[in-house]
Design a protein around this ligand. Sequence first.
Ligand code: SME
Length: 154
Amino acid sequence: MEKKETYSNLLASLDALLAEDYFEISILANSSALLMEMLAGVNWVGFYLLHGDELLLGPFQGKTACTKIPVGKGVVGACGKTKEPIIVPDVSKFPGYISCDEATESEIVVPVFVSGKLYAVLDLDSDELNRFSKVDLEFLDKAARIIAKHLEKI
Ligand code: SME
């Protein structure tokens, strides 16, 4: 199956999974679990939630991680500041990269907007260099919109 077709099925599964869910933590927890289960070569998936000028660790799958990232710091904080997605093909080359797991080689972050405001940063790590492509970014952006839709219905 084409990657795009797999991703389109995965988005439908995510939407269905969240359909009857009206609790913020369950929505985020199950979303991170589904992404972790379905995506190959990913060692961490989770949400950093915007609280004031910090991004705080929310539901995730993977090893324990840094709990507090100031907006503007690291990859997550850069996304929090610019409100734009970022693909980091090689984390060793990203200025100010915050290392949570030595095995991580590449990373992608996508902003999640709820009711038009930045709510969280969706963060995925990989132990492979250059794991995340534009196709992954498009998919994760759509996933973030589905998650936001379900948070907005609460
Ligand atoms: N590497 C991130 C920190 C979060 S972890 O990857 C889970 C960063 O530089 O912001």
